[in-house]
Ligand binder design. Structure first.
Ligand SMILES: Nc1nc2[nH]c(S[C@@H](C(=O)O)c3ccccc3)nc2c(=O)[nH]1
Length: 265
């Protein structure tokens, strides 16, 4: 899953031609590098970020999703927590919803159900504005798993069938470095929920803390973390660095083929 942030600091607003063109080029680069999903986000979930109005978020992501739906050979995911954005994105051609707030926003669960699209449910402790102030868990894995189990059950009860759902522990969303490492170390425990596991580790501050590297220099650490996550059951890797991650996956796939006694592809 390649990351495409349509926020003023990444591209000019999705609406104008230049921004659209740049967004499309970036998406095409990631698909050429091996991305099978492009995740389009119109609201930065940066800690401390001011919330974006629904209409603004729609104006950012819909033109991009329409252009991508017509122009690239990959699925399009919309990274949003708002019901109205989910509906607009689905109408524009999105094939998946990626909700960092796990369909807890008003009307979000019903809107997602109506779109008929797959949904990624992610764990976050608190809100983006405050989540990193004092993250606290008795046991992070138990609590994150219980939250995701609860969201899966809420969706089931609302008529959103489980086979459309993915889960994600939400690295960096209300977690200390220690919490993030504990989640990565025990990622395989989430297999009890029997849902595909999506993880986002790319360029996150936990990697900065471990390497001392600035955001754009965290590619190697991000690929290493992706390999560790895949070995522990991750099915989808959300990343800025598609080509590098793809290369690591090729090495892993070749090894698995030999271990399973298969011939090298
Ligand atoms: N499903 C899923 N969606 C996601 N959206 C994001 S935004 C994140 C980033 O660094 O990209 C981020 C976090 C905090 C501030 C800015 C940006 N992270 C995930 C994730 O880990 N899983």
């Amino acid at each position: 899953m390649g990351i495409l942030n349509i926020t003023p600091d990444s591209f000019s607003d999705g609406g104008d031609f230049l921004g659209l063109d740049a967004a499309l080029e970036q998406a095409e680069r990631m698909v050429a590098a091996g991305a099978s999903i492009i995740d389009v986000g119109g609201e930065s979930t940066r800690p401390g970020a001011a919330p974006v109005a629904e209409a603004v978020e729609i104006d950012r992501v819909v033109p991009v999703i329409e252009a991508l739906a017509a122009g690239i050979d990959a699925a399009i995911s919309v990274d949003t927590s708002k019901a109205g954005v989910m509906q607009a994105a689905a109408a524009a051609g999105a094939g998946m919803i990626n909700d960092v707030f796990a369909l807890q926003a008003p009307q979000a669960l019903e809107a997602a159900r109506q779109t008929g699209l797959p949904v990624c449910l992610m764990h976050m402790q608190g809100q983006p504005r405050t989540m990193q102030q004092a993250p606290r868990y008795a046991d992070v894995l138990t609590e994150v798993e219980a939250f995701l189990r609860g969201r899966l059950e809420a969706c089931e009860q609302a008529g959103l069938p489980e086979e459309r759902l993915l889960i994600d522990p939400g690295f960096g969303f209300g977690k200390t470095l220690e919490h993030n490492l504990q989640l990565l170390a025990r990622l395989d425990a989430f297999s009890v929920l029997k849902r595909p596991l999506l993880v986002g580790l790319s360029r996150k501050s936990m990697l900065g803390a471990l390497t001392g590297r600035a955001v754009r220099e965290r590619v190697t650490a991000g690929v290493a973390a992706a390999v560790l996550a895949i070995e522990r059951g991750a099915a989808i890797i959300r990343t800025h660095d598609v080509a590098e991650t793809r290369d690591a996956i090729r090495v892993m796939t070749a090894l698995r083929a030999v271990q399973d006694g298969g011939a090298l592809a």
